[in-house]
Design a protein around this ligand. Structure first.
Ligand SMILES: Cc1cc2nc3c(=O)[nH]c(=O)nc-3n(C[C@H](O)[C@H](O)[C@H](O)COP(=O)(O)O)c2cc1C
Length: 351
């Protein structure tokens, strides 16, 4: 018999894969990178690799936190780990609280380190846990970095979700002080504002995953789990889009390492995010859909293809290496432009 938490893990996957996209867009459609027709580089010399959290990865890409912690889910994490290893990209496991509370589920997370002993692995746990539990999560997958998720909006929409977030800020501060690997705070699809980022910086956080709105929609997922007969439907529009969130955080000019996630579907979205100042991109929902609907081989092919597509686009932008992307000219239009104007965010880059 599955317990409630196990059931929820499977329901999240079913709805994330089954629900249609939207209603918000992530904002990448408002970012325009300027084509440079006089190509000047040799395709063979374009370098897509970066060093991140002490590890070399072949593309500026992480498979973001998805799952683990229920019977059968080691199959998904195993497949993701093989794809990450084969293509040389990073991988985060899903929330590890089920593994902390129940030894029986630890292998559903630990399998990723077994398969990929040298790869970049991110542990994942709620920012509501204490430092001892956070350390257990790190050890369970021998993680290079710990993701702390702030999923307050999702919890509030869950009938069985957490309601007391009083300890969260203090927990984050204590975890940063006591856990021996770097900590990253992430959202789960509602975005991080500059006010929140500034508070997190004061708590000692130097790594952020903005995980904005426009991709996986956890309001829609939770509403599908507990049909509210149309009430609360408006919450599907809640959140800061990924492009706006990234620009918000960058506008602080604080030394954050920034992961861009939320509605990234292709290499052009990745390069747009990097042009706005992200250090790396992460994808959860889109890769899960390919894995569940088409299988591991198709996911492997898609991620392999990303590398060639990145190189092609980088050539057209006159960028030889990933760090060049932050200097390529770009234009920001539409909703993202208006958002930045009203939030006092400067759009012209100092180059
Ligand atoms: C089925 C599913 C489960 C998820 N579980 C977690 C989780 O356990 N911890 C977490 O931090 N984020 C979790 N996420 C959120 C993703 O890591 C990511 O922040 C979010 O989905 C936005 O990215 P996307 O638009 O590429 O999916 C989950 C996402 C999906 C689709």
């Amino acid at each position: 018999m599955k317990n409630k938490r196990e059931e929820r893990k499977h329901e999240h996957i079913t709805h994330a894969v089954g629900l249609e996209e939207g209603p918000l867009c992530a904002g990448w459609e408002d970012i325009h990178l300027v084509h440079q027709a006089l190509l000047q580089d040799d395709f063979a010399e374009i370098e897509t690799g970066i060093t991140l959290f002490g590890k070399r990865i072949a593309q500026p890409l992480i498979i973001n936190a998805l799952t683990g912690g229920a019977a059968g889910l080691e199959k998904i994490n195993g497949a993701l780990a093989r794809v990450a290893k084969e293509t040389g990209i990073g991988l985060a496991v899903g929330s590890q609280s089920a593994g902390i509370n129940n030894r029986e589920f630890r292998h559903t997370y630990g399998i990723v380190r077994k398969i990929n002993p040298d790869g970049l692995i991110l542990a994942n746990i709620s920012a509501l846990v204490n430092p001892k539990e956070a350390l257990e999560a790190v050890k369970m997958v021998d993680a290079d970095i710990l993701q702390l998720h702030m999923n307050g909006a999702q919890e509030l929409l869950m009938a069985e979700g957490d309601r007391n977030f009083g300890p969260m800020a203090d927990n984050i501060k204590r975890i940063v002080e006591e856990v021996p690997v770097p900590c990253l705070v992430k959202e789960v699809g509602f975005g991080i504002s500059r006010e929140t980022a500034e508070r997190l910086y004061k708590l000692g956080i130097r790594n952020l995953d903005i995980s904005g709105a426009g991709g996986t929609n956890f309001a829609a997922i939770e509403l599908a789990r507990y049909p509210h007969k149309g009430a609360l439907d408006y919450m599907r529009y809640w959140g800061i889009t990924s492009a706006c969130s990234l620009l918000e955080v960058k506008s602080l000019n604080l030394p954050f390492t920034i992961v861009a996630s939320g509605g990234i579907y292709n290499p052009l979205d990745i390069l747009k995010a990097l042009s706005l100042g992200a250090d790396v991109a992460a994808i959860a929902g889109y890769f899960l859909k390919i894995l569940v609907q088409k299988g591991e081989d198709d996911l492997l092919l898609r991620v392999k293809s990303f590398q060639n597509e990145l190189k092609m686009l980088m050539m057209m932008l006159g960028a030889k290496k990933i760090s060049d992307i932050s200097y390529v000219p770009r234009v920001i239009s539409g909703f993202t432009h208006s958002w930045c104007e009203q939030r006092g965010i400067k759009l012209i880059k100092d180059v």
